[in-house]
Design a protein around this ligand. Structure first.
Ligand code: PLP
Length: 404
């Protein structure tokens, strides 16, 4: 067709592009610390034993089939997922929850909903959403696709390599009343810096006083501390303070269900009538987008969370992943000091979650890739999950060489 000649070549996705370069690199020393997926101590993808066990049960169960899920997904899964996030005693009768295509799909449906129903500030054509600077790269594109006005609030202080709490407070104060504020529920990507309990409390007060809408993106519940209950603190605290939060929940990292696209989108309402109306609107967004969600991942999560034995096994698996990542974080800094680095790397051990936000410049990252075949994003973010006993010394020496 004639029009196809005029289709321009789009840029590759920054992160997925790096993974491609890693795959085609022939250097035997190569290391991929760009991946946002857990790797075991031998560098291999890990299917959680609890997930494997659930899959076996599902396969043996004659009731398992491949029928369509309802538009809002498997209601039992959704209930269990909401309790996993909001707490076992949460009142789910006022939470409008729908299954979603992992965290990305949840952000997309949630953004669409907010773009449609949050009142625009006077004189604005679009609903403003404030995302942290920096944030997961996809947030900006997702919320733009939702028709929102994507703005940033300061989050990280590159001078101290720590949270810029004063910047957060100032920027959320200056945002127009009634803005949407995107918050990483825990283990902020890419910085690994979360507010303290006291800071979360103050942020909650500030957001309430401004009439802002808190939109939590929870992609790492259980990955920060190893304990999914502890990692839900900020979300649960906001709900306890009366916020009508929106939550995008992903089971990609904490259950290792990356490719199964398993998650939920939910909105905490004030009563069952609101819940019903909001849920009806979420379904109206999902139906013309993908009709109904995939079922394998939600079947797995449902099976795990309805069986005491599997739930216990799951919590152990999650703790094991978080502990290995934590050990790699500490080892990386130990080896950097052992090989003679005189820099202060204490921010790396203070950070939490899957990533170390090292503070290396883009130029340093480029040298790591070109001379050492270490693949990472140009913001200096290193996936600790990509490190193991076989490569950590090599990576630490290379980091020392480029930062010395
Ligand atoms: N939100 C954050 C902050 C993330 O880091 C990620 C994945 O890297 C996601 C959401 C979404 O991931 P998925 O769509 O695989 O659940």
């Amino acid at each position: 067709s004639r029009y196809l000649r005029d289709v321009p070549e789009g840029p590759p996705d920054p992160i997925l592009g790096i993974n491609e370069s890693y795959k085609s690199c022939a250097d035997p020393r190569k290391v991929n610390v760009c991946v946002g997926a857990y790797r075991d101590a031998r560098g291999r993808p890990w299917v959680l034993p609890a997930v494997r066990d659930a899959e076996r049960r599902l396969l043996d169960d004659p009731a398992t089939n491949k029928e369509y899920a309802p538009i809002a997904g498997d209601p039992t899964f959704v209930d269990l997922a909401l309790k996993f996030a909001y707490g076992a005693d949460a009142d789910v009768s006022v939470i409008a929850g729908m299954q979603a295509l992992s965290g990305t799909g949840a952000c997309r449906v949630g953004g669409h909903f907010l773009s449609r129903f949050v009142p625009r500030p006077a004189g604005r054509a679009k609903v403003p959403i404030y995302v942290p600077d920096p944030t997961w790269g996809n947030h900006v594109a997702i919320f733009e696709e939702c028709g929102m006005d994507v703005r940033r609030y300061r989050y990280y202080d590159a001078g101290t390599n720590r949270l810029n709490y004063a910047g957060i407070v100032e920027d959320l104060t200056n945002a127009p009343d009634g803005s949407v504020i995107l918050l990483h529920a825990c283990a902020h990507n890419p910085t690994g810096c979360d507010p303290t309990f006291e800071q979360w409390d103050a942020i909650s007060e500030l957001i309430a006083s401004k009439g802002h809408v808190a939109f939590f993106d929870s992609a790492y519940q259980g990955f920060a501390s190893g304990d999914a209950e502890a990692d839900a603190f900020a979300l649960r605290h906001f709900v306890s303070r009366g916020h009508n939060v929106v939550l995008a929940q992903s089971f990609a990292k904490n259950f290792g269900l990356y490719g199964e696209r398993t998650g939920t989108i939910s909105v905490v309402c004030s009563n069952p009538e609101e819940r019903s109306a909001v849920l009806s609107q979420l379904k109206l967004i999902a139906r013309p987008m993908y009709s109904s969600p995939p079922v394998h991942g939600s079947n797995i999560v449902r099976t795990v969370l309805t069986d005491k034995g599997l739930t216990g096994e799951y919590y152990n698996n999650c703790r094991e992943m978080a502990a290995r990542i934590r050990a790699m974080r500490e080892r990386l800094v130990d080896v950097l000091l052992e090989v003679g680095s005189s820099h202060d790397w204490s921010h790396v051990t203070e950070q939490i979650g899957m990533f170390a936000y090292t503070g290396m410049s883009s130029e340093m990252c480029d040298v790591l890739t070109s001379e050492y075949s270490i693949f990472l994003t140009r913001d200096g973010r290193i996936s600790l999950a990509g490190l193991n006993d076989d490569n950590i010394e090599y990576v630490a020496r290379a980091i020392h060489a480029v930062t010395d």
